[in-house]
Design a protein around this ligand. Structure first.
Ligand SMILES: C[S@@+](CC[C@H](N)C(=O)[O-])C[C@H]1O[C@@H](n2cnc3c(N)ncnc32)[C@H](O)[C@@H]1O
Length: 347
């Protein structure tokens, strides 16, 4: 019989093995069997694939009260009371920081370009995309495997790729056919070429309901239409889009600020009935400037959304590899805005 450690507790902020008598060792084994039998539904697959390697964990070393399991003590313990995700306590806590730094990953861009070029498409066409790695981190925190995730502004399918990677079921809506086509070749998840202002019709007609989670990033008002400097010129030179489209239905083409906020909120009002009760909704936004004035899109949107959803939190995404332009120099204080608000609402 193997003598490997099968019971762990917490000591001086570390997970340590508990020395067991023969009878306690039997009790631990029985407890693990009981957990595996009674909690099978909620135990992540990676544990079930390695049943022989599962150990028991209780912070104070109480076998009777233990309800958490461990594969690798360095990764922490998975609580079988975890209703939200498949993370260990250690992984959960790490994600709870109210800010993070993330810069686009070369590996993500390479993967995206390789796949799309095979279909003679160019993912660079989209002027504002995210990394699937960043979105995967959110999806892994806010859902379990097999659950459904919607992105009403799917772009070239970043959220859907993240769903594929994390084995969730993605649903995307994207207005621009060109971006829709790119998303289609990147994943086999559900995506509709449509207008999210009609999200009610799209989801009803396709019999989609009980969605577990929403994560998305809408146009940051009409900020791309107002781009005059380097960004626009560089993209024009390469014959790449510098706005999402010239369609009226495109939220990036609404010039009136209040009108933009209202239309955006309305999409989430319509989405509400398709989400499970308590589902989280994450909307990534950035405050922008126009004519020397700050337009706090994230704050104004959060305020209006709070009439319909509970505003739970914010997680601030910082980019520290974007160059700084001497805005305002030498007369006025004007920031280079390199942080985005990942606003966390709950249904
Ligand atoms: C910030 S981008 C999303 C990018 C996406 N996260 C990605 O990584 O590819 C916003 C997207 O919303 C789309 N969009 C704008 N208005 C829309 C509408 N009414 N319905 C659906 N999509 C819309 C734009 O075409 C654009 O692709």
């Amino acid at each position: 019989m193997s003598n490997k450690d099968i019971f762990f507790k917490r000591e001086n902020r570390k997970v340590v093995a508990v020395k067991l008598t023969k009878s306690d060792r039997l009790k631990v084994k029985k407890k693990i069997d009981k957990i595996l039998k009674e909690k099978k539904e909620i135990i992540p697959k990676k544990y079930l694939k390695k049943i022989e390697d599962i150990s028991l964990y209780h912070p104070e070393g109480n076998i009777a009260k233990a309800e958490a399991i461990i594969l690798d003590p360095d990764d922490g313990a998975f609580s079988t009371a975890n209703k939200l995700n498949e993370l260990t306590g250690k992984e959960w806590t790490k994600f709870t920081s109210s800010w993070f730094v993330f810069n686009a990953l070369r590996s993500d861009i390479k993967e995206e370009q390789e796949i799309t070029s095979r279909f003679k498409l160019n993912s660079d066409e989209h002027p504002a995309t995210f990394s699937p790695t960043m979105i995967s981190n959110f999806i892994s925190f806010f859902t379990k495997s097999g659950q459904s995730v919607i992105d009403p502004f799917a772009g070239i399918g970043t959220t859907l790729v993240a769903c594929q990677r994390t084995k969730r079921k993605g649903i995307g809506i994207e207005l621009n056919k060109k971006y829709f086509k790119i998303a289609k070749v990147r994943t086999n998840q559900k995506i509709f070429n449509g207008n999210s202002l009609e999200i009610d019709d799209i989801l009803t007609q396709n019999k989609i309901k009980n969605i577990d989670f929403c994560i998305t990033s809408p146009p940051y008002w009409n900020v791309l239409n107002r781009s005059t400097g380097g960004f626009k010129n560089k993209r024009e030179e390469k014959k790449l889009d510098y706005t999402y489209s010239n369609k009226e239905k495109d939220l990036g083409n609404i010039d009136n600020y209040d009108h933009f906020i209202d239309k955006l909120v309305n999409i989430f009002v319509d989405l509400k009935k398709f989400l499970k009760k308590d589902a989280y909704v994450i909307v990534i936004l950035k405050n922008v400037k126009k004519g020397g004035k700050n337009y706090p899109i994230a704050w104004d949107f959060a305020k209006k959304m709070s009439d319909v959803y509970t505003l739970k939190d914010e997680k601030i995404w910082c980019q520290d590899k974007v160059g700084l332009a001497p805005f305002g120099y030498p007369y006025a204080y004007t920031t280079n805005i390199h942080h985005h608000y990942c606003l966390v609402f709950r249904n």
